[in-house]
Design a protein around this ligand. Structure first.
Ligand code: SAH
Ligand code: SF4
Length: 409
């Protein structure tokens, strides 16, 4: 197969500069750490001696109870509530559309402050996948993605910017708002919903964007989400998926300590260069080394390797055997993902019997190899299908972007 990179025409396509977001006139406290909340309280005149207690109270209202305004935060006292409301909000990203799949999967379109010049809204999608006793929220880390994996719809999006910690943690808050998932909340009656005590029990950073290209904000948000006095989702139930930003893998382990998933998809550099162009910068051997060194990886805390099944591209029995050899010595789980098609893609999903044969090789080598059942396909909510509807890019532009990703530092 000829390399897409070599075939790319020399066309310059400008992606929006990262960090081009414009803050709303009143900042939201959602996404602030305890230390940052203490600073806010200092700004509105709370004496140093009271700040720790006030931070605890605010934390409880925002992250445990899920309150959306200061008025009802009764323990704060009337004056402090008024002082906060004058300068701050507890707003989360605005939900502008909700789609519910026949299988109960929900996709929300969230609108974020954008760049006033471009007139384009900054949209991200967030997906909720309910199961009988649990529910997984798939959270985005960027608007679009600067990387250009050839099988992923998000990578074709022109507009790219990093989300703030508030916008990342805010997706969890917004989802819990919609699901009535706060103490005393009322669950929606439509769609299939978990019967467990909590709707959102797991988080996967597998929405739009590359989380390790926005590590600081992702870290801050995940530390909030896992905090036991607030939302309290254990770090073992939070998985960060990366296409392989090697230098940041160790930092993620040390600074977040959540579960790790690697979007591997190919076992040879030549093919992975094409599917996941970042591989040219950080080839497979380096990636495997980073996995071996991932803090906390053990048989009880395995690293998940994601492998998208692309017909006649990466799905041979030889590939399956090579995959098993590659992962030797790494505490690993293998997640086979049937390719989810999107308009204009050149790939097809592997045939079902080929996926089964592939899976058998992996299973025989001692790995659990669940095939991830596509969820929410009817609402385009499955892996790699997320893309802002306002964004369109031609195949030619896509190829040029792929070429740019090679030279990008
Ligand atoms: N950027 C991160 C996380 C978001 S993508 C990453 O790449 O890991 C989440 C997962 O969906 C990744 O494993 C990605 O490779 C996979 N994916 C992307 N497009 C897909 C598609 N069309 N069908 C199936 N999986 C896809
Ligand atoms: Fe970005 Fe992940 Fe899609 Fe690759 S698969 S383009 S890294 S979102």
């Amino acid at each position: 197969m000829t390399s897409l990179v070599e075939a790319a025409p020399a066309l310059f396509v400008e992606k929006a500069p990262l960090e081009a977001n414009v803050a709303p006139s009143m900042p939201s406290l959602v996404g602030l750490s305890r230390a940052q909340l203490a600073d806010v309280l200092g700004d509105v005149g709370v004496p140093v001696a009271q700040r720790k207690m006030r931070v605890q109270q605010l934390w409880h209202w925002i992250y445990y109870r899920g309150f959306t305004d200061f008025d009802s935060m009764t323990t704060l006292g009337k004056e402090l509530r008024a002082a906060l409301a004058e300068r701050y909000t507890v707003a989360r990203p605005e939900v502008v559309a909700e789609q519910v799949s026949i299988d109960g999967t929900r996709k929300w379109l969230l609108r974020l402050p954008g760049d006033p010049d471009s007139k384009l809204p900054h949209d991200v999608e967030c997906v909720y996948i309910p199961d009988t006793e649990r529910g997984t929220l798939c959270v985005s880390s960027q608007v679009g993605c600067t990387l250009t994996c050839s099988f992923c719809h998000t990578g074709t999006q022109r507009l790219v910017r990093n989300l703030t910690a508030g916008e990342i943690a805010g997706q969890v808050l917004a989802a819990r708002d919609r699901l009535g998932d706060w103490p005393g909340g009322v669950r929606p009656t439509d769609g299939v919903i978990t019967t467990g005590e909590r709707c959102v029990t797991n988080i996967v950073m597998m929405g739009m964007g590359e989380p390790l290209y926005n590590l600081d904000a992702v870290r801050d948000a995940l530390l909030i989400v896992s905090d036991g006095e607030g939302i309290g989702i254990s770090k073992r139930r939070i998985t960060l998926s990366t296409s392989g930003v090697v230098p940041n893998i160790e930092r993620a382990g040390a600074e977040i300590g959540c579960m790790l998933a690697i979007s591997l998809h190919a076992v040879r550099d030549e093919l992975r260069n094409e599917l996941v162009p970042l591989n040219r910068k950080y080839p497979i051997a380096q990636l495997m080394e980073a996995c071996r060194n991932y803090p906390g990886a053990s048989n009880a805390r395995r690293i998940t390797f994601e492998y998208v099944m692309l017909k006649d591209v990466n799905d041979s029995i030889e590939d399956a055997k090579a995959l098993v050899r590659l992962l030797k010595g790494i505490p690993a789980k293998i997640n086979l993902i049937p390719f989810n098609p999107w308009p204009g893609t050149k790939y097809e999903c592997s045939d079902w019997d080929q996926i089964e044969k592939f899976s058998q090789v992996v299973f025989d080598a001692g790995y659990a190899s669940p095939v991830r059942t596509p969820r929410g396909r009817d609402i385009f909510a499955a892996c790699g299908q997320l893309k802002s509807a306002t964004e369109k890019m031609s195949a030619r532009e896509r190829m040029a972007l792929r070429a740019m990703a090679m030279t990008d530092d």
